[in-house]
Design a protein around this ligand. Sequence first.
Ligand SMILES: *[C@@H]1O[C@H](CO)[C@@H](O)[C@H](O)[C@H]1NC(C)=O
Ligand SMILES: *[C@@H]1O[C@H](CO)[C@@H](O)[C@H](O)[C@H]1NC(C)=O
Length: 618
Amino acid sequence: MRFFATLLGFYGATVSVVGQFAPVVTETGVSAHPFDINQVSLTSSRFMANQNRTLSYLKFVDTNRLLYNFRLNHKLSTNGATANGGWDAPTFPFRTHMQGHFLTAWAQCYAQLGDTTCRDRATSFVAELLKCQNNNAAAGFATGYLSGFPESEFTKLESGTLTSGNVPYYAIHKTLAGLLDVYRWIGDANAKTVLLAFAGWVDTRTAKLSYDQMQKVMQTEFGGMNEVLADIYHQTGDKKWLNVAQRFDHAAIFDPLASNQDQLNGLHANTQVPKWIGAAREYKATGITKYRDIAKNAWAYTINAHTYAIGGNSQAEHFRAPNAISTFLTNDTAEGCNTYNMLKLTRELFTMNPTDASYFDFYERALINHMLGQQNPATDHGHITYFTSLNAGGHRGLGPAWGGGTWSTDYDSHWCCQGTGLETNTKMQDSIYFYDDSSLYVNLFTPSKLNWKARSVTITQSTTFPASDTTTLTVSGSGSWAMKIRIPSWTSGATIAVNGATQSITATPGSYATLSRSWTSEDVVTIKLPMKLRVVPANDNKAVAALAFGPTVLCGNYGSSTLSANPKLDLASVKRSGTSGLTFTGTADGKSVNIGPFYEAQGFNYAVYWAVSGTLPA
Ligand SMILES: *[C@@H]1O[C@H](CO)[C@@H](O)[C@H](O)[C@H]1NC(C)=O
Ligand SMILES: *[C@@H]1O[C@H](CO)[C@@H](O)[C@H](O)[C@H]1NC(C)=O
């Protein structure tokens, strides 16, 4: 346990919240580490603006409405609250999948920002969940169960008679993960009690099933059950939870990946990604290399053969044949949750192999081009879109009806992607920096402050990246260590200067540049990563391509015009408007079109993919 007196200040002793809890198990196979989320904070930027909007929603939402289904199911009064609509309506099969995401987001906001409103919302919500769980005898449920739908859904799942469309383990995975975050980031004792009782219920339930029965149960989407149970093991050191985690090893998915086969075609995409994150967590718990191979292969296959230019994957929620990109540019591409999960997987893999820059090349690409613009900047509640359409004339927030159709709403959507969106937009800072025994990794170029407590060093990063190609890091404190700076694969001619003097160190694109130094307070590191226009062809058809400038995918602004095919873009016509910024023009279908960053494409019809001809200007 670590006790952060600074966050609690003078009144620390009087509140029941006592601090944060570090995991007790040392991870295997890991050579770099993330910082605790309270050591890094954002400074002003689009990333912070997104966080602010989500934060205002987290503080606004009526928690009695979020408790409605839990209380109803556990036979407690709903206190006159109004029921939610959408995926949290009282008749929706996997209602209460959403609340765990709120718990995680509140916990992240407290850990990062010291926001006591979020802390108090999290701890009082958990206190209410404890009351629900404690009423199980009266509700007719076994000890530890906690959900907005009856326990009999699991009986049906186990006997193969589940017809409600429910994905019961998927839903409860979110609750378990949320409780774990309230426990580890806030230190709330109730969260630990409810979590371990609920995990104990999972143990009892699954211990009764044979291996074959369990494999059948896993044909229904189950989220990251292996992940959260492995995390509970990491957190508590109790091997029992590792054993329960391994019951959720889904052989039909794991075995082909372990033997180097991409059999993803046709699978529901977001059902699989959390299992791979779980495999990485299980590798770090056991050292069994099969788990590592599953996670690494799954990542490589997905990124190299199933991912669009913006870093998202899936069409109509499914993986298609390897490299089938140009033939699947529809209005239901790139489900948000998949990218949220791929980013989590990327972090896991990076810590195992921090010399491989491809991990954070992907992270940057997906964060900027998919996640950042998935949120609507026009309202202050951080609403999101489920799919990010990549058809010609696509429009964020106007997807097909079955995928939401609009931006999310305060109470009547509660889709999966709205839940993961709450998490994404309250941890925009969590992967900028990593560390090992002798170095600091600078992975992302995001305005931020790092408080590297172990070395009594603070780093302030200032930039308007990706609009600008330059970032500066001011180091306060001293000591000898190396700054390892990711040199993105999209740049050429990168330079690194200290206090104005260019350093003669290798800065090869797609690698880490190592700046070893005995630091003096207020040393200023200036990193310049020259950007140029690039074409990002579809894997299966080089004549269909997206356009990017440095890391930023660009798109054509088509206002309210509809398009029936990818516009024909004459590459030679593309021109930057001025010498800075991300606005361009070009000629497509014989007409001039304004071109700008896709992360800012909200409120109009756009084209991300073009039918390209010619070559870019030199
Ligand atoms: C975010 O909110 C904080 C606190 O209200 C404010 O100081 C900051 O300017 C906001 N930043 C952005 C980018 O909106
Ligand atoms: C999405 O595309 C399908 C298939 O082309 C079409 O039927 C549907 O109307 C589109 N939905 C929207 C909201 O554009």
